[in-house]
Design a protein around this ligand. Structure first.
Ligand SMILES: NC(=O)c1ccc[n+]([C@@H]2O[C@H](COP(=O)([O-])OP(=O)(O)OC[C@H]3O[C@@H](n4cnc5c(N)ncnc54)[C@H](O)[C@@H]3O)[C@@H](O)[C@H]2O)c1
Length: 328
């Protein structure tokens, strides 16, 4: 395929970044942009000489495209992916892929039946440090994984409403959960405690501002993660540590080390990450999806873990992930 024609559903902050990237890729052309806030679609579409729509059904009906980005809030993943897949359009879907696992499984079936490529926006997976970490962990027994993500409150209005975003773990800390899965394997059991302690003065907010979650991995390792959106004035932290015999692997997107000891596979300078958009567009161009590190079928397992945590917090007891339950 010489020229990849790309459509967008959602023209908000995140989509705008992807549009810039796609526009900079040779052989890719943004042909249509849809947003229920039509003025947003108009603005972005005029920038890229594309067609603007307020209704994605009309866009998918009228515009021929090879690939579609779906970058809408979690609650808004409804029919677009299903229609696009049926039309043979390859899909880039932003995380979290949906707000319920039923919807994600339905979309996954449609993708698999149609045989289209899919890529989910877990861009952390493309870092050089991920390859190094995997190399380091090869042949070592993972004992424990710990992770903390403490930050602030994103400005998008839907984010603070549990029924729209799913809360911080589902919406944002999903990146960290995804990285835990990527490096340490599938998660089979989750026990979560949530509380709303400091953001009680934020109008309309009903998401917890702190969460502490315990995990059991399929390979027998255990893990924990804390998450918070209470730091509204900036600051925060993000770390991921993996304990193996005699060493702690300290992973971050741009740095990696193990303590104590010297490990040649961790020493070399960290290479810049490729753009996830370049990987996706190249996959569409060539029909070869092997470089996509987070296809929809994998990404929905990160949703599974975070939704299991929400359920656990509601029920006050450990719960199995769907992944574990469906394996019996
Ligand atoms: N991968 C990443 O690192 C990353 C970073 C930021 C955001 N995101 C994800 O991107 C998604 C969008 O986030 P955002 O920050 O751009 O939010 P946003 O609110 O800025 O943009 C979302 C847009 O979708 C539009 N929209 C909602 N329903 C629609 C529908 N049915 N049809 C067409 N348009 C619709 C809204 O009007 C809005 O303009 C979220 O899932 C978020 O988690 C991912």
């Amino acid at each position: 395929m010489d020229n990849v024609k790309v459509g967008f559903i959602g023209a908000g902050g995140n989509a705008s970044g992807h549009m810039e990237q796609v526009n900079g890729i040779e052989g890719a052309k943004i042909v249509a942009v849809c947003d229920v806030m039509k003025e947003r679609a108009d603005e972005r579409a005029s920038e890229y000489e594309a067609k603007a729509y307020a209704d994605y059904r009309a866009m998918l009906d009228q515009v021929e495209m090879d690939a579609l980005y779906v970058s809408v809030p979690p609650f808004a993943h409804t029919e677009a992916e299903l229609i696009a897949a049926e039309k043979g359009v390859h899909l880039f879907v932003e995380k979290p892929v949906a707000l319920t696992l039923e919807k994600a499984l339905e979309i996954n079936r449609a993708i698999e039946q149609a045989g289209v490529l899919s890529c989910v926006g877990y861009q952390l997976r493309y870092g050089d440090t991920v390859d190094r970490a995997k190399q380091f962990l090869q042949g070592r027994t993972i004992a424990m994984v710990t992770c903390n993500r403490w930050g602030g409150l994103p400005p998008t209005p839907w984010w603070k409403v549990m029924a729209k975003s799913g809360g911080q773990l589902v919406e944002q800390t999903t990146h960290n959960v995804d990285m835990m899965r990527c490096l340490a394997g599938e998660i089979v059991e989750v026990y979560a405690n949530y509380a709303l302690r400091t953001l009680t003065d934020v109008e309309g907010l009903d998401v917890p501002d702190v969460g502490a979650i315990s995990f059991r991995f399929e390979n027998g390792a255990i893990g924990s993660l804390t998450t918070s959106c209470a730091l509204t004035q900036g600051g925060g932290t993000g770390d991921l540590n993996i304990l193996v015999k005699d060493a702690v692997l300290k992973w971050a997107v741009e740095s990696i080390s193990a303590d104590p000891g010297e490990y040649p596979e961790l020493e070399a300078e960290v290479a810049p990450s490729p753009s996830i958009d370049a990987v996706f567009i190249e996959a569409v161009k060539t029909g070869d999806g092997s470089k996509i590190r987070s296809p929809y079928s994998d990404a929905l397992r990160s949703l599974d873990v975070t939704l299991a945590a929400n359920r656990s917090a509601r029920e006050g007891k450990p719960v199995q992930t769907y992944y574990a339950a469906s394996k019996g």
